[in-house]
Design a protein around this ligand. Structure first.
Ligand SMILES: NC(=O)c1ccc[n+]([C@@H]2O[C@H](COP(=O)([O-])OP(=O)(O)OC[C@H]3O[C@@H](n4cnc5c(N)ncnc54)[C@H](OP(=O)(O)O)[C@@H]3O)[C@@H](O)[C@H]2O)c1
Length: 267
């Protein structure tokens, strides 16, 4: 049995990967959709043509992670594709966001991603593909989003190294590094602080990011960086020395906070 495993499938890009692959991928037998909200997964599955196995799991919970590894051991499928989308970030100064929320980011974005990848790899074959959701936040340390950016740097670094390790097995790894994407992500991320106003000008739709990511993966590219402004940002972070750019980001943040406070006062 050939399967596609998608974490974070209950919304945003995970959901979009499921929908696009359901329409375009005819050589798989089953989709395994993972997220905490089982009801959402059921709703998504009801609109899909493929058979779907719903795994309502909290990937930061050890017992839940075992459910996935045991399901793989029982059914021994061929994992044709693994897409790790589950993740979240919390904006705000490091000292202003509860530590549990921030260690939770490390737990989900890094540890769970490693465990799912490690668990699926024995079931992957030549031409199987792995797509890891990193972010443009991986390109540069980000004051005000420090832990999230660090977790995404981890994902990008890990993906590139894993790609090299798996080359001989012909398992292809692609890291996806979008800028802001219109999903539920910001409902969580902006709980304690809000983003730079610039977000509005670079925000893209999830379907576009996913289309680009699937194209990059099918061409066995190491990375997918959707949209021109984010490609320019990527080039800038590679060309310019990091420290002045970090200072500039912090200055823009302070300016943004001033504007928000002025707007609040005038209301
Ligand atoms: N949106 C952006 O601007 C953006 C930009 C760059 C990269 N990314 C990355 O892209 C990925 C997908 O984000 P998105 O924008 O699609 O956000 P989203 O709509 O909020 O999706 C996040 C997904 O993660 C799942 N999830 C959260 N905690 C979980 C847990 N403990 N166990 C299992 N699943 C969990 C959520 O489902 P449940 O709540 O049902 O568990 C949801 O399906 C994330 O890794 C994010 O960091 C997002």
């Amino acid at each position: 049995m050939n399967i596609v495993v998608i974490t974070g499938a209950s919304s945003g890009m995970g959901r979009e990967f499921a929908m696009q692959l359901d329409r375009g991928l005819h050589s798989v037998d089953e989709f395994w959709l993972i997220a905490r909200r089982g009801s959402r997964l059921k709703e998504i599955a009801s609109g899909m043509q493929h058979t779907v196995k719903i795994l309502p799991l909290d990937l930061t919970n050890e017992a839940d992670m075992t459910v996935l590894t045991e399901s793989l051991a029982e059914e021994k499928p061929v994992v044709r594709m693994l897409i790790n989308c589950a993740g979240y970030g919390m904006m705000g100064d490091f000292t202003a966001v509860p530590i549990k929320e921030q260690t939770g980011e490390v737990d989900l974005n890094c540890r769970a991603l490693l465990e799912v990848t490690y668990g699926c790899l024995p079931y992957m074959r030549a031409k199987s593909r792995i797509i890891q959701l990193a972010s443009s936040a991986a390109f540069l340390p980000q004051p005000g989003f420090s832990v999230y950016a660090a977790t995404k740097s981890f994902v990008l670094s890990f993906s590139k190294a894993l790609r090299a390790e798996l080359k001989e097995r012909q398992i292809y790894v692609t890291a996806v590094c979008p800028g802001p994407v219109k999903t539920e992500f910001f409902e969580v991320a902006e709980h304690y602080a809000s983003t730079l106003a610039m977000k509005q000008y670079t925000m893209v739709e999830a379907d576009r990011v996913v289309k680009d990511a699937l194209r990059a993966s099918s061409k066995n590219r190491p990375m997918s960086v959707c949209s021109l402004p984010i490609q320019a940002f990527w080039a800038m972070t590679r060309l310019l020395p990091q420290d002045p750019v970090i200072c500039l980001v912090q200055k823009m943040r302070e300016k943004g906070t001033e504007v928000i406070e002025e707007e609040k006062e005038s209301e």
